[in-house]
Design a protein around this ligand. Structure first.
Ligand code: PMV
Length: 322
């Protein structure tokens, strides 16, 4: 039986979450060691297209899927784009090692892997931009007002400097640096946090636009350091701390996030902040690339209550890969 498979990485936002929804720039990087996987195995003629997601204990036929099911929506959108009127007979199995609902792009990665696997099945080579645009269609349906940063960084699997509505800019990384990700263990709904902030913005636009401007300035400064400077050093960490201060003012942090952020800083991180929507999910710490400091920060995060700690290296890369 014909079998094809595809994967997609997780991601973290280094700078600019929330402000990016309001047009300010943000920086995100892939986390390649955690991935979603989609395997499509051909089936007997007439057997239909079955979707299996063992992690979620789900197993159903595409033809019988609920209309609000994100996986089947992604499949339908992709089939239409590929000019296919029918799904093939077969079984699509999706799985992921990306923590669910913690701002690491698990849903985006699953969608991306599905688009890629269907492209492979029909032997159509889809560019990262085509994949990104297709995934964005689903993000818009399920996440309210997404900026588009998640689908961009996951589809291109390269650091991006992202501004809504502008052409995608890959971000060069002058020198590799280490980020430690600490999981609060609390699932937060991006849609809810974004909606809550929007309500506050509507009541006092001038004040909130000012906060978003501050974050925009931080993202621009961070871009210069990452592209041309020494990202592993104190200057970038200081910007992370400043970004966190504004996120706290915006009301998207949480006591647990603050606790993990404080623990990382005390243990030797150059800077730390929440990553993604907030209220739960993950925090990130910029950590000097020395084994003992990484170990110290990891231990401190676990002691402070992190349910999972992932150490990731943001590799040095030119802005014009490909
Ligand atoms: O999906 P998350 O939790 O990484 O959050 C996305 C980042 C936001 O800026 C809060 C929303 C968006 O669409 O950019």
């Amino acid at each position: 039986m014909k079998t094809v498979q595809a994967t997609a990485s997780g991601k973290i936002i280094l700078f600019g979450e929330h402000a990016v929804v309001y047009g300010r720039p943000a920086i995100a990087v892939p986390v390649s060691k955690v991935r979603a996987r989609a395997v499509l195995q051909g089936g007997d003629p007439g057997s239909g297209f079955r979707i299996k997601a063992p992690d979620l204990e789900r197993d159903y036929l595409l033809a019988e899927a609920q209309t609000d099911d994100p996986l089947s929506t992604m499949i339908e959108i992709t089939l239409r784009y590929l000019g296919q009127s029918h799904a093939p007979d077969g079984v699509l199995t999706v799985s992921s090692t990306i923590p669910l609902g913690r701002g690491m792009g698990s849903g985006t990665a699953v969608s991306t892997a599905i688009v890629r696997v269907l492209g492979q099945w029909f032997e159509k080579s889809l560019s990262p931009l085509e994949v990104s645009n297709l995934v964005f269609e689903v993000e818009k349906l399920y996440h309210g007002t997404p900026s588009g940063i998640d689908n961009t960084v996951v589809s291109f699997e390269q650091p991006v400097y992202f501004s809504k509505g502008e052409p995608i800019r890959r971000l060069g990384v002058n020198e590799s640096f280490t980020v430690v990700i600490g999981d609060t263990g609390r699932v937060a709904s991006t849609r809810e946090v974004v909606r809550d902030l929007r309500e506050r913005w509507q009541l006092d636009r001038e004040r909130y636009e000012g906060y978003f401007d501050e974050i925009g300035v931080i993202s621009r400064q961070a871009k210069v350091i990452i592209e041309h400077g020494l990202p592993g050093t104190a200057a970038l960490g200081k910007l992370m701390n400043e970004n966190q201060d504004v996120l706290e003012t915006l009301g998207v942090s949480s006591p647990t996030l603050k606790q993990l952020i404080g623990a990382a800083r005390t243990a030797g991180a150059s800077g730390a902040k929440l990553s993604g929507a907030g209220w739960g999910g993950n925090m990130i710490a910029l950590v000097p690339s020395q084994t003992d400091v990484i170990a110290r920060v990891t231990t401190a995060l676990k002691r402070a209550g992190a349910t999972e700690v992932i150490v990731t290296e943001v590799e040095s890369v030119s802005a014009t890969k490909d």
